[in-house]
Design a protein around this ligand. Structure first.
Ligand code: PLP
Length: 439
């Protein structure tokens, strides 16, 4: 018979390494894993996670790390937040699955109501602000948004951005403009998608002045798909007025503005939806990652008049699973009870500390980002972006108990759980300072 494990002792709030990394259990597990899992995974340093609590992560050998990755910007409320864990346990004990495509259950309706009430769309008396479709991932949310935009407008063309990451299923991969390895060998992709550079007015000039009159009539464009802050592409904040101008272009030509909030959304930037920083109201928003604190869930929010597809046209067995929705309902309450505010506050502490490091070390760029979606670039002696140095620093951080991720060409990204506190930010900055001093 299975027995419940005894409640483990609380983890320390700072890194604690008990031996050389990777330890013996980690080495054994990595050998087993690598013998049988897909070689397409992109593992870097040898972390074998066993237990998480807040911003701390323990590996299988008892080493404790400070986690500024949140499992790639997912565990918004921290690892195993007790309120989220309780919501999952209670829901799991009552109903694990019944498929929201064909039946009804409360956690899904409750979450759709909550997201609809908060969607960054116009309000109108007597109707919801948004309709919501639930998926299982970011890729699926974007896949569905692409279908919805084409279906609703009856148009086929779509504009996306170089450097964008929207996922790896065929539609999402076709929107993605990030790395050649993500496309190479997989063609033909979904046709009708054009990519332009991200974040600049020059790029939108090119779209309007060069592409519209020649190869891409705006009357044939269903959607412009854009990240509010480009995530995998390097945590790039666009030029002032960029999103406002996309909104204008879309409104002028009947194009739908689709904002991919998979990484930037759910409070990470200090607002529930990152696009709110620009006061822009899109037509469709896609979500995933942080929405359910680690359970697989994604969502498409659309203005109600746009979600016109008929019964049977789009659905998925697991999307909006009751346990994932219960986790998301608990997550949303925690975000609004202080974590979004904390993201904004801790983001300022983090950026101030990174600013000091940039002043001191010439090979570190000024920091950029909003809230707890922050990055710095690493340069070589000649001032060029230095991917190797970035990778080395991310590795060295692991061996000192700090978990980081790269993004873009040579950026270190900081996307901790939104429960991170000032002491933990300072510990992370201190570890980085030590590593920078040794460069
Ligand atoms: N959209 C954005 C902005 C992302 O950052 C990601 C993943 O990194 C995705 C979509 C794809 O999400 P998933 O990996 O859940 O399919």
């Amino acid at each position: 018979m299975l027995s419940l494990p005894a409640k483990a002792a609380a983890l320390p709030r700072v890194p604690r390494l008990v031996g050389p990394l990777p330890g013996p259990r980690a080495q054994a597990l990595i050998a087993r894993d690598e013998a049988v899992t897909s070689p397409s995974y992109t593992r870097g340093y040898p972390l074998v996670a066993a237990r998480g609590e807040g911003c701390m992560l323990e590996d299988v050998d008892g080493n404790v790390f400070l986690d500024l990755t949140a499992g790639i910007a997912v565990t918004a409320t921290g690892h195993a937040h007790p309120v989220v864990v309780r919501a999952i346990q209670e829901q799991a004990a009552n109903l694990l699955h019944m498929s929201g495509t064909d039946f009804y259950y409360e956690p899904m309706a409750e979450l759709a109501e909550a997201l609809s009430a908060r969607a960054p769309f116009p309000t109108a008396a007597g109707r919801p602000r948004a309709r919501v479709f639930f998926s299982n991932s970011g890729a699926e949310s974007n896949e569905g948004a692409l279908k919805l935009a084409r279906y609703h407008t009856g148009r086929q063309q779509v504009v996306a951005f170089l450097g964008a990451f929207h996922g790896r299923t065929y539609g999402a991969m076709s929107l993605t403009g990030s790395k050649a390895v993500q496309r190479q060998g997989f063609g033909p992709l979904v046709p009708g998608i054009s990519h332009i550079p991200y974040g600049t007015h020059a790029s939108l000039d090119y779209l309007e002045d060069k592409l519209f009159p020649t190869v891409l009539p705006p009357e044939e464009i269903a959607a412009i798909v854009v990240e509010p802050i480009q995530g995998e592409g390097g945590y790039i904040v666009p030029e002032d007025g960029f999103h406002e101008r996309i909104r204008q272009i879309c409104t002028c030509h009947g194009i739908l503005m689709v904002v991919d909030e998979v990484q930037a959304g759910m409070g990470r930037t200090g607002k529930l939806f990152a696009i709110e920083h620009w006061g822009v109201q899109p037509d469709i928003v896609t979500l995933a990652k942080g929405i359910a604190s680690g359970l697989p869930l994604g969502a498409i929010l659309s203005r109600p008049e746009i979600m016109t597809w008929p019964a049977g046209s789009h659905a998925t067995t697991f999307g909006g699973n009751p346990v994932a929705c219960a986790a998301a309902n608990a997550t949303l309450k925690l975000l609004e009870a202080g974590l979004i505010e904390n993201a904004e506050r801790m983001g300022r502490v983090l950026q101030a500390g990174l600013g000091q490091l940039a002043d001191r070390f010439a090979f570190v760029s000024a920091s950029r980002g909003k809230g707890l979606m922050v990055a710095v670039d690493l340069f070589d002696a000649a001032g060029n972006l230095d991917r190797e140095r970035r990778d080395k620093i991310v590795d060295l951080a692991f061996y000192r108990g700090l978990l980081l991720l790269g993004c873009g060409r040579a950026a270190i990204r900081f996307c901790p759980p939104l429960v991170v506190d000032t002491d933990q930010v300072r510990v992370a900055l201190d570890i980085l300072r030590q590593i920078f001093e040794e460069q």
